[in-house]
Design a protein around this ligand. Sequence first.
Ligand code: TIU
Length: 225
Amino acid sequence: SSAVATVIAKPYDYPLPLDKTAVVMVDFQKDFMLKGGFGDALGNDLAQLQECVPGAQALLKAARAAHLPIVHTLEAHKPDLSDLHPCKLTRGNPKEGMRIGDKGAMGRILIRDEPGNGIVDELAPLPGEKLLHKPGKGAFYNTELEAWLQAHGITHLLFAGVTTEVCVQTSMREANDRGYECLLVSDATGSYFPEFKAAAIAMIVAQGGIVGWAADSAAVAAAIE
Ligand code: TIU
């Protein structure tokens, strides 16, 4: 169909073309959400990220019912670390055993296909949904995402994920510069720092939506059901 739904959003209503919109679930990985992963190794408060799981589940349920394509991104490096810049390996001056590629409680930290690199059970991808491994914070850097979106005729993106001000905001800014109309689902994204989440949403919708729109999962669900 060529129907366009309307999401009640900030800073103003978001037109959502049902056959041109995809959902991007950013990095809902055990490495960020659970003990023994990369986020934990960086010294973060993991409990903060659990708050957005119900909103992310609600978004997934509504998007699946409306047959929107769903992309699940994973921050992941190759086992030989050939896609890992030295600046990312050494940033934060991590202790021996807590660097990217080291053996952690859930396998090698931030390495593709290790147990900790997978998505948390509550938000597990279904068969047919796109998995996208990305070596950077942004989902477009050194990935096949743009080609995949073009091949599927996608012009509009709904973003969810962790963490709001790091991989989600970076990916949304990359998408905005590539011409995608972007909306951040505000209760389906989380940060280790609640004040950073609030600030990231505020700066995205400021200046007439300089990066895009924001709305909660209930507003998205109401528009697309
Ligand atoms: N550290 C942090 O807040 N985030 C990341 O390292 N990656 C993502 O945001 N996925």
